[in-house]
Structure formats: structure tokens, C-alpha cells
Design a protein around this ligand. Structure first.
Ligand SMILES: O=C(O)c1cc(=O)[nH]c(=O)n1[C@@H]1O[C@H](COP(=O)(O)O)[C@@H](O)[C@H]1O
Length: 239
């Protein structure tokens, strides 16, 4: 996979005007975008239509987490939008993830469309050990990431979202075909913001991440196109 197929830029903005400006500015340098809650709740499915018209791959990141039937029905609807990748929270459990995988597969067959990849969020990259114990878990955070990755794989997920710090361990536990998507990417010197378990683009790739999700280091940069160029150079130098 080439570096620009590995990079996913998080479009965390809340208007179509900002989307058009950013996507226009980044041009051919970015082929894969993430649409998350902020943008999807603001503008709805028109952003998916727009990005598909621009021939971009789309990770629709709505992190579903509910009872199996509700998640399955929700994902069946989302499958019709034509995103490349969808996600759920692994903490929803085995039956929820299994229902999710079945619903996406069946809907894709029904509408004769390409099945979107389905991945599970393990432990959010904003969580540190302190936050983690604060929600009542006694198990080690990174062990929990591996546990949830194995569970996700067993339930039929194509991969997981985790921090770049756990990517190598996930590969070891689940094999190299299992997709590892890593947010929490910060080039040297970039503001860390609300992230905790971070790595540089090169560090994440070295650890075996398949896709790097990067938002503010690009979207809040004075020159987003230059920021992408620098990140891709760092990624390519490693390849
Ligand atoms: O599922 C995600 O994409 C996600 C999971 C996670 O554990 N951490 C995480 O930061 N994300 C998303 O990745 C993006 C990271 O953005 P920046 O911190 O601005 O680079 C945001 O859009 C988050 O919603």
C-alpha cells in the first residue's frame, strides 16, 4: 500500500464550505478522508456524496455502541451510503460486533455494492492509565487493547482502531492481514491536544499500523498542503 493510501485525514469541521475548501486545497495529495461525528451530525450524508464524487475513500467514523439489533440496523442503513470503512466500539461486545458484521455483509449483498470494511475501536487514544483506572478497569490498558482486538477478530471485524503504541502487539496477536488503524499521530513538535497514547507518523508505521488517522496536525496547520507533504515524506522515507 502506498503512503497516500495509508494516510486518512480527519475532516473534523462542521460545514460543507470548510470541507470543500480543505479538500480543494489538499487536492491529489490526499485520497482518503475520515468523516466523524462533528461533520456528519452537522451536514449529514451530503458530505459522503461529495467525497465520492471527488473519488475519495471514506472512513465513516460514527463509533456505534448499542444493543446488537440497534447497531446492526444502524449499520445496514450506513452501508447504503458507500463509505469504504465503518466502525463500532469493541466494548459493545462479541454479539454486537457479530451482528454488525452480518448486517453490513447482508446489506452489501442486497444492494450489490462493495462491502465496507468494518473495524472496532478498542481503547480511545485520549485515554491514559489514569483515565483508564478512573472508569473502573483493573486490567492493564494495553492488555485490554489486545484482548478487544482478538475478540473483534473472532466476531468478524476486519480490523481495529488503537493507538500506534499497541500496533505491533496487535499484529503479533491477530496477524498482518488484520487492519490496524491508528489515530493519536503527532509529528515531532506538533501540539498534542487531547491525545495521550501518541507516536510520530514514522513511529506508527514502524510499529505496523496500516492506516494513520491525522486531523489537527493537518487541518489546523497554517498550510495544510505543506503539512501533508511533510507527513508523506516522513512516511515514504521509511518505506
Ligand atoms: O475512531 C477514531 O477515528 C478515533 C479513535 C481514537 O481512539 N482516537 C481518535 O482520535 N479517533 C479520531 O481520530 C481523529 C484524531 O484527530 P487529531 O487528534 O486531530 O489528529 C479524531 O477525529 C478522532 O475522532
Amino acid at each position: 500500500m502506498s503512503s497516500d493510501q495509508r494516510l486518512i485525514v480527519a475532516l473534523d469541521v462542521h460545514s460543507m464550505e470548510s470541507v470543500r475548501q480543505l479538500v480543494g486545497q489538499l487536492g491529489d495529495s490526499v485520497s482518503y478522508y475520515k468523516v466523524g461525528m462533528e461533520l456528519f451530525y452537522s451536514v449529514g450524508s451530503q458530505v459522503i456524496t461529495y467525497l465520492r464524487q471527488q473519488n475519495k475513500d471514506i472512513f465513516l467514523d460514527l463509533k456505534l455502541h448499542d444493543i446488537p439489533n440497534t447497531v446492526g440496523q444502524g449499520l445496514a442503513t450506513l452501508t447504503q451510503l458507500g463509505a469504504t470503512m465503518l466502525n463500532v466500539h469493541a466494548a459493545g461486545g462479541f454479539s454486537m460486533m457479530q451482528a454488525a458484521a452480518i448486517a453490513v455483509k447482508n446489506k452489501a449483498i442486497e444492494i450489490q455494492a462493495r462491502r465496507p470494511k468494518l473495524i472496532a475501536v478498542t481503547v480511545l487514544t485520549s485515554m491514559n492509565e489514569n483515565e483508564w483506572s478512573g472508569i473502573g478497569y483493573n486490567v492493564d490498558l494495553s492488555q485490554q487493547v489486545i484482548h478487544l482486538s482478538k475478540l473483534a477478530q473472532k466476531a468478524g471485524m476486519d480490523g481495529v482502531v488503537a493507538s500506534p503504541q499497541e500496533a505491533a502487539q496487535i499484529q503479533k496477536a491477530c496477524g498482518s492481514e488484520f487492519i490496524v488503524v491508528t489515530p493519536g499521530i503527532r509529528p515531532n513538535g506538533a501540539a498534542i491536544n487531547d491525545q495521550s497514547r501518541i507516536a510520530t507518523p514514522a513511529g506508527a508505521l514502524k510499529n505496523g499500523a496500516h492506516h494513520l488517522v491525522i486531523g489537527r496536525p493537518i487541518t489546523a496547520a497554517a498550510n495544510p498542503r505543506q503539512a501533508v507533504k511533510d507527513i508523506l515524506r516522513e512516511m515514504r522515507d521509511l518505506a
